[in-house]
Write a protein that binds this ligand. Sequence first.
Ligand code: PXP
Length: 398
Amino acid sequence: MPTALSNQYSSVGPSIDCRRLIRLTNRLLQECRVADHTVSILLVDDLEMTRLNSHYRDKNKPTNVLSFPFAEGADPALAFLPVKELGDIVISVDTALREAIELGRPLHERLIWLTIHGMLHLLGYDHERSEADENKMLSRENELLHKVKQYRRTMMTQLAINVDHVATVRQARGITEPDPVAAAAICEMAGASGIVVHLREDRRHIQDRDVYLLRQTIKTRLNLEMGANKDIIAIALDLKPDLVTLVPEKREELTTEGGLDVLSQKKKIAKVIEKMAKASIPVSIFADPDPDQLAAANDIGATFVELHTGKYCDAKNEADRNREFLLLSSAAEEAARMGLRVCAGHGLNYHNTAAIAALDSIEELSIGHAIIARAVFVGLDQAVRDMLAIIRQTDIMI
Ligand code: PXP
């Protein structure tokens, strides 16, 4: 593990996404061409920072970051160890937070900037040596910050739009408009990366004609949501969508009510995945953020899981929402760690999507109702762009 992080920051305050900080620091080690080295990051409060600053620099006040290169004062005997140490970076979260507020930037951005600053010190840069050295360090800092932001952008969450709700309006009249196929084209032109449709057994909204026309017309990716039902499986194999998402389906439900219970029907779902694999169609499992369900999905060869965000979206108070969010964020990390690709969706809207989009392991969000509902008032193009703006905002949080 190139980056070891120890969070000793004890104040009740901002929560810090340590895994993200570790991932970005590992990326920095690569950018600085010292990926074969390890670095230790220690997060402390102002009190501890004052103690360290006073002990090592004779300054009885806190500072934002201190660096301790391993080469300085290291026991030469340790040079023979197989691990190469770059040194320690100590960051005061209290000071970082004050600076972030003053600069009007997110705390995570400040923490990564301080990590960059500390790492450059470990690599021999020193802004206190001369003006030329200061400029050199500043320009390298900006360059690395830009690289890290770019890295985050390439990992940026994609938006797939579920156009079932357009078909629901059409079916209410039993005529030909509004057409979900036309809606899909508008979504793509506004920047969506994929189109999702749920071909239900009862054909309450999306019709066979829609999926075949979408297959011919869309330019992005077609994600066919479906129950593990014989007739629909045959259609999927004929249609060859870019992705099949397996969901539980009950006739009496208004919308998909929960994740698929893979544990209780492993054999059945495994067979569907096998059939799809023969037709080169990857399968995603719509799953609750439950580690056992995710492990079962992984065991039977799913490529993706789509985490069910319904409970998070429907939470009635802050505490419930936070609890559901934590479940989702650790499930996303856990699924990615198993090697699954991770999507999320259900119930996401213009108020609750940003936090989910900021989770590093989630590649794509599947959103329908909120976007189609907003489209009634602002137009579909605008509604898609508004959602994309929310998702893209998360890239400046790093
Ligand atoms: N993902 C799945 C598996 C779904 O069943 C649905 C609803 O059709 C969605 C995402 C989209 O949910 P919403 O319409 O609430 O955005």
